[in-house]
Design a protein around this ligand. Structure first.
Ligand SMILES: Nc1ncnc2c1ncn2[C@@H]1O[C@H](COP(=O)(O)OP(=O)(O)OP(=O)(O)O)[C@@H](O)[C@H]1O
Length: 388
């Protein structure tokens, strides 16, 4: 979809901002450009919509050399989101969002209707926020309007230059998650500039790690974190890259532990003997539809009578399979839980097993080794330091 062929940009003062850059972004792919200040990320991006012209090489959009395309026409196909959103202060949020389609000749009523849909899509209620002016919004809300506006003309390509850079970390993470959800629906081809490796890892299908004017590594997030191509990349992603991997490593069924399972209507005596037989300290409790209800401990059932229902405790700490190990860790902390239940959302929330801290650690280790050996995670055996 976007292809750079030996692209160089040398500014008039002799600065080489981009040096012989070649890479390709597939249709519907989100590529993050990450690197320290001044390494050429913004220059790279602005060459795609011809705000900056390269001094060497060629850039193709959908197979066509963009130097042969009229810049105004080119920009109609490219949404652009920047940090200082640049909303019109005297226009309402709805009119700001509707601006581009309106300029492109879409009737005002139709453009506003579409704008309302887009605001909804980026998590702003058009009936609440649509009639406000930009200075009546929070920083995070303004960024959302910026994204909605960039999507308004339904361009196949989005360029995003540090779009969430100006908001605090909590709002930022929220915007990132919302943007991922949005991208899974709209599937644009996205170039996303950031200097934050965490953001690059969380959002990118692939990451381009920039050195000075050059790409040092262009790879999937797990590969960049697991097998940095150069000492520079290793240094840039940081010594805590194992920790960062948590956010890109999904929970897989093979990571889970299988504790004993009992049902709400089982007699407690039956639960007690099951726990004793398996030597387990607790069991997972499911309801009659096999949905997660909670758990019950060996202590609770030891001399109890009646059914499991009267003794079981609810379990709120659960996640769908495929959620990240980071979410798993954070859910454990949030609920002060020694384990979390993992369910299969695809099949009506069926209980799959539990993830414990030890299993989480193993999953992380296995994913690092699997990337290093280029094999699936299930094929890796881990030897960890076990407790005495
Ligand atoms: N108009 C210009 N004239 C001369 N040099 C420039 C010009 N614009 C950018 N540069 C230089 O080109 C290099 C790359 O700049 P660029 O803005 O692409 O970096 P960046 O990676 O986006 O940085 P940041 O994260 O700080 O925005 C820098 O050394 C910068 O000083």
């Amino acid at each position: 979809m976007i292809r750079f062929e030996h692209v160089t940009k040398r500014y008039a003062d002799g600065t080489t901002a981009v040096d012989d850059l070649s890479f390709e972004v597939a249709e519907g792919e989100l590529v993050t450009l990450v690197g320290p200040s001044g390494c050429g990320k913004t220059t790279t991006m602005k060459m795609v919509n011809r705000l900056i012209e390269p001094t060497g090489g060629r850039i193709f959009l959908d197979g066509k050399d963009i130097s042969t395309v009229d810049p105004v026409r080119l920009r109609r196909r490219i949404g652009y989101v920047i940090q200082q959103v640049g909303l019109f202060p005297h226009k309402t949020v709805l009119d700001n969002t509707a601006t581009v389609p309106h300029l492109l000749g879409v009737k005002r009523a139709k453009a506003r209707e579409r704008a309302a849909e887009l605001l909804d899509l980026v998590g702003l209620d058009p009936s609440v926020h649509g009639d406000r002016y930009p200075d009546q919004l929070s920083g995070g809300q303004r960024q959302r309007v910026g994204v909605a506006r960039a999507l308004a003309a339904d361009p196949p390509v989005l360029l995003m230059d540090e779009p969430f850079g100006a908001v605090d970390p909590v709002v930022r993470e929220h915007l990132q998650n919302e943007f991922l959800r949005l991208q899974s629906q709209v599937r644009k081809t996205v170039l996303f500039v950031t200097h934050d490796i965490e953001e690059a890892v969380r959002l990118g299908d692939r990451i381009a790690v920039y050195g000075q004017g050059r790409i040092e590594q262009f790879d999937a997030p797990a590969a960049v974190l697991g097998a940095p191509a150069t000492p520079y990349v290793a240094d840039f992603v940081g010594a805590d890259r194992g920790l960062k991997r948590l956010s890109v490593t999904p929970i897989e069924p093979g990571d889970l532990e299988q504790p004993p399972v009992v049902h709400l209507d089982d007699p407690v005596r039956k639960a007690a003997s099951k726990l004793a037989a398996e030597g387990a300290r607790w069991a997972v409790v499911l309801d009659s539809s096999d949905d997660l209800h909670g758990w019950i401990s060996a202590e609770q059932v030891r001399d109890a009578s009646g059914t499991v229902r009267e003794h079981a405790r609810r379990m709120e700490a659960w996640l769908p399979v495929g959620a990240s190990l980071k979410q798993a860790f954070s859910t454990m902390l949030q609920h002060d839980a020694g384990w979390i239940a993992v369910i299969d959302e695809e099949s009506a929330g069926r209980f799959l097993g539990v993830l414990t801290p030890a299993r989480l650690h193993e999953a992380l280790r296995r994913s690092i080794d699997a990337d290093a050996q280029d094999v699936p995670r299930t094929a890796v055996e881990v030897r960890t330091v076990s407790s005495p």
